[in-house]
Design a protein. Structure first.
Length: 433
């Protein structure tokens, strides 16, 4: 599995729980313009809709609700049914952004009771079920919606997401493409296709779809985020993620993805700002707290790193990254026994990540426990025979025990393997007498 594919697989579980807004519209960069327009047309519900939608997409849920509800009053008095339905859709999406299933379903019922709104009511309910990853229930709702209106864009879009959750890529693609055909200016079907292709290892196809989405709306935060994830790590990825956070300053996932790249590149101060913004955007995010802790560790604030790891574990007790952070913090403090206990726990929670084994080997080596360092290193290369950092850790342990030939062999395998290593330093060690 490539690094990009792995990132995409991790990203999809998060992104599928987010809200997919309706078609093209403005975000943070255009709010002030729309605010002026809404003031100038204070009795026009369409102006309130445009401003409320932009506010929601920019992550300003409270402001959006106020403007959207004002628009509802205006559209009711003006008898603008289409605008009224769109206003209620946006109000429902504010609840979806908050992951409030009950309130979302309440608004879906309002939509369904509007004249001609039965199909939209079921499509909205499908989106609500997807908040809890209920693809089966969502597909029941989309079927009902499409029975009433075979050309329902919202139902086809929700159907595409539901099949994506159900890991039925072929049907998901058909539904997304059908949604795009129904609304040619819509960003969301291209974002869905791009994310799905990326998840399934079709990176080039995924990037192409995401660029199509941005061709329709260059400021679409979700499209920018998905493109940033797909292109990581790269300068283009960082640029896309920075753009996403400008358009939606509370976009925790975008800040998180950006901060991880900044930290990996040694831009610790930038990573700190991104980590703080990610945690502010989602105070319950384990990943955000872990990133804050990793930045603290990089800055030598080990107690703070451990504290953030423990705070993350209070949210999700079996979080392997949080356990790893606690382990790394204790290792930096010289508390090797506590560190090893946490490393073993982290490995037990996630056998797909070599980092706990590699870091355990490195910590033992730094503490002069090279027999243990060798054991952890050997386990790491046994489980991940192509992982370069594991071979480096094993080589260091072997060299410390005087097994020079075996150490050189390990270093050579590290140079031929995958993953981030200091190639110049490893090459020098492999050539040491």
């Amino acid at each position: 599995m490539t690094t990009v594919t792995a990132i995409c697989r991790m990203a999809v579980a998060i992104c599928l729980t987010l809200v997919w807004p309706a078609s093209v519209g403005a975000q943070e960069s255009q709010i002030e313009t729309l605010r002026v327009a809404a003031r100038a047309s204070s009795t026009d519900p369409s102006a309130a809709l445009a401003l409320g939608r932009a506010m929601r997409r920019a992550g300003r849920g409270v402001d959006a609700l106020g403007e959207l509800r004002r628009g509802v009053g205006l559209s009711a008095s003006a008898a603008k049914l289409d605008v009224l339905r769109e206003l209620h859709w946006e109000i429902a999406r504010v609840s979806m952004d908050r992951r409030d299933f009950v309130q979302t379903m309440t608004e879906c019922q309002v939509i369904g009771k509007l004249p001609g709104g039965a199909a939209d009511g079921h499509a909205c309910a499908a989106d609500a079920h997807l908040l809890w990853q209920r693809s089966t229930e969502a597909l029941v709702e989309t079927a009902e919606a499409l029975k009433r209106d075979p050309r329902s864009y919202e139902a086809k879009l929700a159907e595409g997401r539901a099949y994506e959750y159900a890991l039925d890529a072929a049907r998901s693609e058909v539904s997304y493409r059908a949604a795009s055909a129904l609304r040619s200016d819509a960003v969301e079907p291209h974002v869905g296709l791009g994310r799905m292709f990326c998840k399934n290892g079709k990176r080039d196809d995924g990037v192409a779809e995401l660029r199509r989405a941005l061709g329709l709306d260059a400021n679409a935060p979700d499209a920018l985020y998905e493109l940033g994830v797909a292109l990581a790590p790269s300068t283009d990825s960082v640029a896309a993620l920075e753009h996403a956070t400008r358009e939606r300053p509370s976009f925790a996932d975008a800040w998180l993805a950006l901060g991880k790249q900044q930290l990996a590149a040694g831009r610790v101060a930038d990573a700190r700002r991104s980590a703080v913004a990610a945690e502010r955007g989602d105070p319950t995010s384990v990943a955000a707290k872990v990133l804050v802790g990793q930045v603290a560790l990089a800055e030598g604030r080990t107690d703070e790193a451990i504290r953030m790891g423990e705070a993350a574990l209070k949210i999700v007790a079996n979080s392997a990254p949080a356990k790893l952070l606690v382990a790394d913090g204790n290792a930096k403090k010289g508390e090797i026994d506590l560190a090893l206990e946490a490393y073993q726990s982290a490995w037990g929670l996630d056998h797909g990540d070599p980092t706990p084994l590699v870091h355990a080997s490195q910590a033992c080596h730094a503490a002069g426990r090279d027999t243990s360092a060798k054991a952890f290193g050997a386990k790491a290369v046994q489980e991940f025979p192509r992982w370069g950092p594991a071979w480096v850790a094993l080589g260091d342990a072997l060299a410390a025990q005087g097994e020079k030939a075996a150490a050189r062999d390990a270093y050579q395998k590290a140079l031929a393997g995958e993953g981030p290593i200091d190639r110049a330093a490893v090459l020098q060690r492999s050539n040491a007498p």
